[in-house]
Write a protein that binds this ligand. Structure first.
Ligand SMILES: NC(=O)c1ccc[n+]([C@@H]2O[C@H](COP(=O)([O-])OP(=O)(O)OC[C@H]3O[C@@H](n4cnc5c(N)ncnc54)[C@H](OP(=O)(O)O)[C@@H]3O)[C@@H](O)[C@H]2O)c1
Length: 309
């Protein structure tokens, strides 16, 4: 199988690395050129990851270039590229649609991770896999640490939890939540669109989370991946809010009246897939390791709103 098309290889793509060099972590490791494969590179996070690895030898594979649910494609691409790092940003993220097609959810979000992890082991590549707050039930009163028991309530959440297991003990599993960014549909864009179309906006006030911006997330993933860290790690921007409060913050950032947003309950807006009421991820691993946490979400929010308006 040919390696995936490579539309965005870095300028130094001709430089080769010897895989499995002795490991040097931290700042020294950051300076070493790594060959990195980003899967799901056409998605919201994938596109920011490709930018975050600028200066490294990055291969951006969107779904057309590499379907991670195709075992032959995955093994062929990864063994022929022999990257140092693989960042799996591919997933079926249509949370409600997953409820009516669990086979597709498990194929893209769980079985595909088995293939990627297997291929990584064969070439000694480090795997970073991205997961979600939906692995939790949302019933807990406090923020969720990496060691709290999981209990997904939706097909999407169950398939993503299975993906964490498939990634294996040598992988870094980055759980994140409420991702917004410049590329692809997300809540910030939805709020701005609704504000342009309606006088009053209604958002639920009984689901809380840490809004997380794809560019900040990608920068932290690059840092952790280059250091070949392992284990589950929560990475979100800081500042817990409800969707109602986020909508008010978006209005403020856009110079509009936040009182145009009204709070409603989840029960008033039934969806096929249940959402966790508490999606707040304590970035406990980063905190305990003394790694500076990502900014309060209002900082990247202001940046994004300025770009979008
Ligand atoms: N967005 C959030 O709020 C959020 C929250 C927590 C965690 N996450 C996690 O973050 C990661 C990135 O999500 P995102 O927000 O960037 O979602 P996204 O914009 O939907 O990106 C996912 C990408 O994966 C691709 N894809 C789907 N199935 C594939 C397959 N079989 N092979 C190759 N590519 C495939 C999709 O391509 P198509 O568009 O062509 O299907 C899409 O480009 C995912 O693991 C997700 O579970 C996201």
């Amino acid at each position: 199988m040919a390696p995936p098309a490579d539309p965005r290889r870095g300028a130094r793509a001709d430089r080769r690395l010897v895989p499995r060099q002795p490991l040097v972590v931290g700042a020294v490791e950051e300076r070493r050129l790594v060959k990195v494969l980003v899967t799901g590179a056409g998605g919201q996070v994938g596109r920011e990851l490709v930018t975050a690895f600028d200066g490294h030898d990055v291969v951006a594979a969107d779904r057309a270039a590499l379907d991670v649910s195709d075992r032959d494609q995955v093994l062929g691409a990864i063994t022929s590229l022999a990257p140092d790092l693989v960042i799996n940003a591919a997933a079926w993220t249509a949370v409600d649609a997953c409820e009516s097609d669990p086979d597709r959810a498990y194929r893209d979000n769980a079985l595909a991770v088995r293939y990627v992890a297997d291929a990584c082991r064969r070439v000694g590549a480090h795997l970073t896999h991205i997961s979600t707050d939906y692995v939790f039930s949302g019933d807990q009163d406090a923020p969720y640490t990496e060691w709290d028991p999981t209990g997904p309530r939706s097909v999407y959440g169950r398939s993503k939890l299975a993906g964490e297991v498939e990634a294996g003990p040598d992988a870094l599993v980055v759980r994140t939540a409420w991702v917004c960014g410049e590329h692809g549909p997300n809540m910030v864009k939805t709020i701005l669109r609704l504000a342009a179309e309606h006088d009053t906006l209604r958002f639920v006030d009984d689901q809380r989370g840490h809004p997380t911006f794809a560019d900040d997330l990608a920068e932290m993933i690059r840092r952790l991946a280059v250091e070949r860290r392992t284990g589950i790690t929560h990475v979100t921007n800081q500042g817990a809010v409800s969707w109602f409060e986020l909508a008010q913050e978006v209005m403020r950032a856009a110079g509009q009246d936040p009182d145009r947003v009204q709070p409603i309950s989840t029960a008033e807006m039934p969806r096929p897939a249940p959402r966790p009421a508490n999606s707040v991820l304590d970035n406990a691993v980063l905190r305990l390791e003394g790694i500076e946490l990502l900014d309060d979400f209002r900082v990247p929010l202001a940046r994004l709103v300025a770009r979008l308006t």
